[in-house]
Design a binder for this molecule. Structure first.
Ligand code: FAD
Length: 502
């Protein structure tokens, strides 16, 4: 295959990849984007693009024979997961020895499957994590830009107080308040105007129809409707789907070639293609980007890459837990899938935690209060290339996860004590009360200012850039996509102004 020369190549269509694609396209640079997942724009036989969480089918997960939902059981019963046929579905669970990582697959990456919570981090913690980044500029320019482009909005507080769909949040707020804890509204990219129409019965239900981790058919401003639509609108961007980038090499003239496998809907490799480019933008996410660069370094394709590639990984301190409420404290059979409120104890110097009040929409009253806690776990893991599998291993152990669980436990013990309530034992398997063995927020592996310079330029590979979550050093204290988007905006404005001007 002769290299097909384009000016810029982007790998991945999540937040980092989508920002890169739009800003390159706008600057008039011909850009090809490779995405291993599918384009989700065609309805299945049921008239819907995505399947629902309650009745998952082949569209739910990335080449599985059974779904692997984060909440495995209910009342200890294996009622959640279903057998499915293998297909390039939208949610993947990547299992490492002691940690599994949920990621989105498809045009839009994580934006297709996530909870839409769009949170700008606290400035002090942002600066602690990324001390070399000019926080003034971030909070003045790039965070507002990211929020505007992503279509971030907030629930109408009056509607929140009265709707049955957020009773579960109000109950958790009351319990937190009894323990002296503050709650705060959490902005989201789900269109709350649409959600109110769903509640009124004038729009097709999506968030109110149990849709989230396997995709939302309506209401959510995922990247395919925002950044990626705008990128395609420039006329300079093309997206190649079901193309998995596997290798990167540098040619003598300083250009790069990415080798990608094109797969069919059965997962079979039907073609291997080479894409040449002058500049390469990696937006394959913390796992994807780190794996590509580690493999390139360890196989000698890009031997000059820094030892820092693979380091500084963390799960953003993610822990899930559930509490059992008293019979009179009903959480409601009707629950919106989009969380809008968090218990905000981030300013507690002894145990800073941000705990989102998560829905558990089963259509039945279950008295469960569910939470996704984001703790400030300082532990970090390291990815290593494994030549035997040509893949990566993650050095991260259970004791490292325990740090997150212990922090969450300190917070929820307080809430349980003041409300005379207990934890639920039936949700995560093995009678566990805290699920600290999976994360939705993989961060790091190619940390900004270490494996790259302060603008995502990869050290030892001039013309290669990282724009995704692998830049964030393992923790950011809140849900990460606004930070990833804002950092990508900052990188792209610098790279287009400086590197393309040369
Ligand atoms: P991603 O969005 O992961 O995008 C990477 C893309 O690259 C993917 O489309 C992937 O298929 C593709 N790719 C990977 N490797 C290759 C390869 N080799 N070749 C070609 N393509 C490749 N964050 C929030 O801020 N708020 C939330 O409410 C929230 N909820 C979440 C809920 C769930 C269930 C999950 C899974 C995540 C959630 N997140 C949330 C996390 C958020 O979605 C991620 O932090 C974000 O998507 C990461 O962006 P990214 O650009 O780093 O990579």
């Amino acid at each position: 295959n002769a290299p097909e020369h384009g000016t810029a190549l982007v790998v991945g269509t999540g937040y980092g990849g989508a920002v890169a694609a739009l800003r390159l396209g706008e600057a008039g640079i011909r850009t090809t984007v490779l995405e291993m997942g599918a384009l989700w724009n065609r309805s299945g036989p049921d008239g819907r693009v995505f399947c629902s969480t309650a009745a998952p089918d082949h569209r739910s997960m990335w080449f599985r024979t059974r779904t692997e939902a984060p909440l495995a059981t209910f009342l200890w019963l294996d009622v959640v997961n279903k057998n499915i046929s293998p297909y390039p579905g939208v949610l993947d669970r990547v299992r490492f020895a002691d940690m599994s990582v949920f990621v989105g697959r498809g045009v839009g990456g994580g934006s297709l499957v996530n909870g839409g919570m769009a949170v700008t981090p606290q400035r002090a913690y942002f600066s602690e994590m990324l001390p070399h980044v000019d926080a003034d500029e971030m909070y003045r320019t790039y965070f507002p830009r990211a929020n505007a482009m992503l279509g971030v909005n907030s629930i109408d507080p009056a509607w929140f107080e009265t709707t049955e769909w957020y009773r579960f949040s109000r109950v958790s707020r009351k319990h937190a308040a009894r323990a002296g804890l503050r709650t705060t509204f959490v902005p989201n990219v789900y269109d709350f105007g649409y959600m109110q129409r769903e509640a009124a019965g004038t729009a097709v239900r999506s968030a109110l129809g149990g849709e989230v981790i396997y995709g939302n058919n309506h209401g959510k401003r995922s990247l395919d409707r925002t950044y990626l639509a705008a990128a395609l609108g420039t006329g300079n961007v093309t997206i190649e789907t079901l193309h998995r980038a596997r290798a990167v090499r540098r040619e003598r003239d300083g250009t790069y070639v990415v080798t990608a496998d094109r797969i069919d809907l059965a997962g079979k490799v039907v073609e291997t293609r080479e894409f040449g480019c002058e500049r390469l933008f990696l937006g394959a996410g913390s796992l994807g980007t780190t794996e590509l660069l580690l493999r390139a370094r360890e196989t000698g394709a890009l031997p000059g890459l820094s030892d820092e590639v693979g380091r500084g990984w963390g799960p953003n301190g993610n822990v899930m837990t559930g509490r059992a409420n008293h019979l009179w404290d009903t959480v409601g059979a009707n629950q919106s899938t989009m969380p809008v409120m968090g218990i905000d104890d981030r300013d507690n110097p002894d145990n800073p935690v941000f705990a989102e009040i998560a829905p558990l929409p089963t259509g039945l009253e279950h008295w469960v209060s569910l939470y996704l806690a984001i703790t400030r776990n300082p532990e970090r893991g390291t990815f290593r290339y494994d030549p035997a599998t040509d893949g990566v291993r993650l050095d991260w152990n259970r004791a490292q996860s325990q740090v997150s669980a212990a922090s969450a436990k300190r917070l929820f013990d307080r809430i349980n004590a003041r409300n005379a309530t207990i934890y639920r034992y039936d949700l995560f398997g093995g009678n566990r009360t805290f699920a600290d063995d999976f994360t939705y927020h993989p961060l790091g592996g190619c940390v900004l200012g270490r494996a790259t310079d302060d603008y995502g330029r990869v050290r030892g590979a001039p013309g290669v850039y990282v724009t995704d979550g692998s830049l964030v050093p393992g923790s950011i204290g809140v849900n990460p996509f606004v930070t990833i988007t804002a950092l990508a905006e900052r990188t792209m404005s610098r790279v287009i102004a400086e590197d393309y001007a040369r």
